[in-house]
Design a protein around this ligand. Structure first.
Ligand SMILES: [Zn+2]
Ligand SMILES: [Zn+2]
Length: 133
């Protein structure tokens, strides 16, 4: 008797746990949708006329982060860190790639380097895309 009860209790526990996991997965997917609208920030220096991605040698502690949209007509993309360079990423990946990289997947998502960096993505170590450094 006692062991039967035990088995039922365990079965119930398993059901509850997997239901909890499913709920967690759904919550994660919602979070991903929010991330699609990340604000793209670039860096400008006090006297400069170019905008940069974080990590560029021209970005110092006096640089300010501004939305990419605010650079139009005022700033040019830096020729060293290339914030307007096109890089590719997958929907779920944490890295960005060159279009030809095998890790970029079948249907890579094109975005500017500035956007990839604003999403906290890392440069792939296999294809070495421009990473602003
Ligand atoms: Zn730069
Ligand atoms: Zn790659």
């Amino acid at each position: 008797m006692n062991s039967k009860f035990h088995a039922r209790a365990i079965a119930l526990l398993v059901v509850l746990l997997s239901a909890g996991m499913l709920a967690g997965e759904k919550a994660d997917k919602k979070g991903d949708k929010k991330d699609d609208k990340v604000e793209v920030k670039v860096f400008v220096t006090k006297s400069g006329t170019k905008y940069h991605v974080q990590g560029c040698k021209f970005v110092d502690k006096d640089s300010t982060a501004i939305p990419l949209a605010d650079t139009k007509g005022k700033y040019e993309p830096c020729a060293v860190c290339k914030p307007d360079a096109t890089v590719y990423t997958t929907k779920t990946g944490a890295k960005f790639h060159m279009k030809t990289c095998t890790h970029a997947g079948k249907d890579p998502l094109a975005m500017s380097l500035a956007e990839a960096r604003s999403r906290d993505l890392e440069a792939c170590k296999v294809c070495n895309p421009p990473d602003g450094k």
